[in-house]
Design a protein around this ligand. Structure first.
Ligand code: ADP
Ligand code: MG
Length: 485
């Protein structure tokens, strides 16, 4: 520090406001498609355009998804809650207000426990989760004279998760974000993609002297769109605020932008310049009533959460934590596993395949399990063929699975037969190969009979070659031993 004040005199205090774009088919208050990537102004109707008289109608799925994430974050669900208008004027907000929730959000008082790199756990409070609509998008760089407005995003459903100011380090912030990202994906609430903006975060940051209880004045850094930028913004602000205070200045409550190129923050507006949103309950939308029945229906349909799954897999299959985590944290892999599970003979074998050869194939090609063309039931059948010694593991991996990928709706057994990949069950054929090999090596056969047991490997290897690998090594051993008696 330029002032010579040691940084460890202060601690960082932070709370995050995390916006999550929900992955519903339609928007929060209209039947317009909520999908990304359409041509500008394709996904609009009278509601998105805010034509006079157009009324919002709440999408029930949005409420269900918010409840799911609320339950996962240990929140109390407000069974009666309502929408408010947040008034401000902006070109991409044609109504002149955003429909959001102010003093009565759908979820309150939750918490989430995150694990830090040193193995310690940290519990971070969730103050509230509220429902709201996204705004449209102004485009300033496509015309020399005009700004263009695309309202496809207007009305896309968002939830805002607001944490308590419990975060004390950039690491805790990114651990929390990555845990939330994992949960929204797991619960099929959002794709959680930070790069595409489905998950974005404002970080409120203040400092206080170690050992003191009162919170300092906070600054809010807006629109952080990657884990890394969240950490960088926090580190920068921490240092900046210490410097200000150490030089006798005081922190002015303000909203800041983060410049990702420079790694610095800069002021957008101070509290004095802040908008007065004049919130009031939206008269166009009745309060949301969540019935006890519906709430318990949603509760009972909740899947086990990642940490729970990890614990279960360790207990049930005796795998280690790292392997269990692979399944618990990759919902696509977990779904694949669960679909294959009822079909495989030995469940542990399925795990071994997925974290062994299948994972290797995927990472070699740089694709995700969701893009793997061998479907779960097909893989399960192939694994069973190996277990039942109808095909060798090597041929299954190197020939059968690639063939399945190239065939639409392949019948696995049919394909294996058609390609002549099955282990030769025909003992006559194997007998023939064995005779051929033993005849080829009369001296070695003699040597074997005199006790030089090591040559057996030579015979097995050669017979295997003649059988093009399609023989069960153990059975082959037995057949050869029989012949040599
Ligand atoms: P407002 O409603 O005025 O935006 P909130 O009290 O809801 O303020 O807080 C918004 C966010 O700021 C929350 O995530 C909260 O944890 C965080 N926060 C509040 N006070 C502080 C502080 N002194 N330092 C850091 N973060 C804070
Ligand atoms: Mg706020």
């Amino acid at each position: 520090m330029s002032s010579g004040i040691p940084e460890n005199r202060y601690e960082l205090v932070s709370g995050l406001e995390i916006h999550v774009q929900l992955n519903t088919n339609t928007k929060i208050f209209s039947a317009d498609s909520a999908s990304f990537g359409a041509l500008p102004n394709q996904n609009i109707s009278t509601v998105s355009l805010a034509l006079p008289g157009a009324l919002p109608k709440l999408n029930k799925e949005v409420v269900a998804k918010a409840i799911r994430i609320g339950l996962a974050l240990n929140c109390t669900i407000n069974q009666v809650n309502h929408f408010d208008r947040k008034n401000y004027f902006y070109a991409d907000l044609p109504k002149g207000y955003q429909i959001t929730q102010d003093n009565q959000p759908i979820c309150i008082n939750g918490h989430l426990e995150v694990e830090l790199s040193n193995g310690s756990k940290k519990k971070i409070g969730i103050n509230r989760i509220h429902l709201e609509e996204d705004a449209g998008k102004s485009i300033h760089d496509q015309d020399d004279h005009y700004s263009l407005v695309d309202l496809n995003r207007a009305g896309v459903p968002l939830i805002e998760i607001v944490t308590e100011p419990d975060i004390r380090s950039p690491e805790e912030a990114s651990a929390l974000l990555s845990e939330i990202r994992k949960l929204v994906r797991h619960l099929n609430v959002s794709d959680g993609n930070m790069e595409e903006g489905s998950l974005r975060c404002d970080a409120n940051i203040s400092i206080r002297e170690n050992g003191t209880n009162a919170f300092g004045t906070r600054c809010e850094v807006k629109n952080l769109n990657s884990m890394r930028n969240v950490r960088r913004a926090m580190e920068f602000e921490f240092t900046r605020q210490i410097e200000v205070v150490s030089n006798g200045g005081s922190i002015i409550q303000s909203t800041l932008n983060f410049d990702a190129d420079k790694g610095t923050t800069s002021p957008m507006r101070t509290k004095e310049e802040a908008n007065d949103y004049r919130y009031f309950a939206d008269p166009d939308l009745p309060p949301i009533h969540i019935s006890d029945e519906w709430l318990s229906e949603i509760k009972s349909a909740m899947p086990a959460l990642p940490n729970e799954i990890s614990r279960q897999m360790i207990a049930e299959f005796g795998i280690n934590k790292a392997d269990a985590t692979l399944f618990a944290e990759d919902i696509d892999l977990l779904n694949y596993f669960n679909q294959a599970l009822p079909i495989v003979n030995i469940k542990k074998t399925l795990i071994n395949w997925l974290i062994g050869p299948i994972r290797a194939v995927l990472s070699e090609r740089g694709i995700a399990i969701a893009d793997y063309k061998v479907k779960p039931d097909q893989l399960a059948i192939a694994i069973n063929l190996v277990d039942e010694k109808k095909i060798t593991q090597q041929i299954a991996i190197q020939q059968l699975l690639p063939a399945i990928e190239e065939t639409d709706n392949a019948d696995v057994m049919g394909l294996a037969k058609q390609l002549n990949l099955l282990i030769t069950e025909n003992s006559n054929e194997l007998d023939g190969f064995i005779d051929e090999v033993l005849n080829k090596y009369p001296q070695q056969v003699e040597a074997y009979k005199k006790g030089k047991k090591g040559v057996l490997g030579l015979f097995v290897g050669d017979v295997m070659k003649l059988a093009k690998g399609k023989a069960d090594a153990k059975k082959l051993n037995e057949l050869i031993l029989e012949k040599l008696k």
